[in-house]
Design a protein around this ligand. Structure first.
Ligand code: GTP
Ligand code: MG
Length: 326
């Protein structure tokens, strides 16, 4: 039986194989994704992000257990952009998998950079599609760290939970990293530690200054290791879900993502053609040496070879005009 047929029969092994295929860009990954897309879009996606060691994994596990006990279908994606390992090879995640193993309805997958960091956000979005098509109802995406890549990945989610801890300066760090902007819900985890109340007050002041209309991110204290505050967090997620579904934000955001995906595919197809044409007329290796030796510059090289492709040049001018007039 074909792997895709087994996937639709809810074979976990086929799910794992298809995710690996997406991550590795195996030869038929696009064909597979085009079969998965029509069946996707039905899960609720929650991004959990924040600084290293804040307790994100612990929170995700506790959330998954509550939802798992309600017989919901859960997918967990755990992303570590700094690690070269993936496919569940991370030690911590192996241990977690054992703990969650008794839940047949919870599937957990680690992802990491395989070579380049650039493709990770796109791969994650494709893996979300796979989990949705498989029939997951909740997808929890944990990202480690506070960089741009986390923000890109979080953008694929419907509700973003930013997890902070009551350590001095954490709120300031979060602000710098842009986490305040993307948060739909704040969790102050490790509230068993000193300073949690003060930290919550600081955060309130920051939110007051922002004076946003509409949704105001709630601040939820949790002690993840003890399972405290988890059901409150789930309630906040459900409230945010109801809010964005009620006013169309959810629908628009999803459409926006589809648009982004189509644009990416167009860019990819075009660059295959144009890049191919360029490679026929220029020898990048030789020219790089010339730039290195100070004989020319990268712009002149590309523009000069463009002049040798009059048809392409004409088309570029035509579409540039048209897009400007639109
Ligand atoms: N005191 C205290 N410790 C906690 C709490 N929640 C998690 N921890 C501990 O904090 C450590 C880090 O927890 P993780 O859940 O792995 O944190 P993380 O944010 O997923 O970490 P990375 O994925 O490495 O960024 C572990 O030793 C947890 O046991 C809490 O509420 N209170
Ligand atoms: Mg973690």
């Amino acid at each position: 039986m074909r792997i895709i047929d087994r996937f639709f029969l809810k074979d976990t092994f086929a799910l794992a194989r298809i995710i690996s295929c997406i991550e590795d860009h195996c030869s038929d990954y696009e064909a597979i994704l085009s079969k998965l897309f029509p069946k996707s879009g039905n899960a609720y996606r929650v991004g959990i992000t924040g600084p290293t060691g804040a307790g994100k994994s612990t929170l995700v596990d506790k959330l998954a257990v509550i939802l798992g006990d309600k017989n919901k279908e859960i997918g967990i994606i755990s992303i570590d952009p700094t690690s070269p390992f993936s496919g569940g090879a991370l030690l911590g995640d192996r241990i977690r998998m054992r703990e969650l193993a008794k839940y047949e309805n919870i599937y957990i997958r680690s992802m990491a950079t395989r070579g380049s960091i650039g493709g990770l956000a796109e791969s994650t979005k494709d893996v979300i599609i796979a989990l949705e098509a498989y029939g997951k109802e909740y997808i929890l995406v944990e990202t480690v760290g506070v960089g741009q890549i986390e923000i890109d990945i979080a953008d694929a989610c419907d509700t973003i939970v930013v997890v902070l801890i009551p350590e001095a300066g954490d709120s300031i760090q979060a602000m710098k990293a842009g986490l305040i902007e993307i948060a739909d819900i704040f969790v102050i985890n490790k509230s068993d530690r000193e300073g949690a109340d003060r930290f919550a007050q600081e955060l309130q002041i920051i939110l007051d200054m922002k004076k946003e209309n509409g949704w105001r991110p709630p601040i939820i204290p949790t002690i993840a290791v003890k399972g405290k505050g988890i059901s409150e967090l789930l309630t906040a997620i459900e409230q945010h879900k109801a809010y964005i579904k009620g006013n169309g934000i959810f629908q628009n955001h999803r459409k926006q993502q589809i648009k982004h995906k189509i644009t990416k595919i167009i860019e990819q197809r075009i660059s295959e053609i144009v890049y191919g044409k360029f490679l026929k007329v220029i020898d990048i290796d030789t020219l790089s040496v010339q730039v290195f030796e100070g004989k020319t510059d990268p712009y002149s090289i590309v523009d000069k070879s463009f002049k040798n492709m009059p048809l392409l040049l004409k088309e570029q001018a035509f579409y540039r005009n048209r897009l400007q007039n639109e």
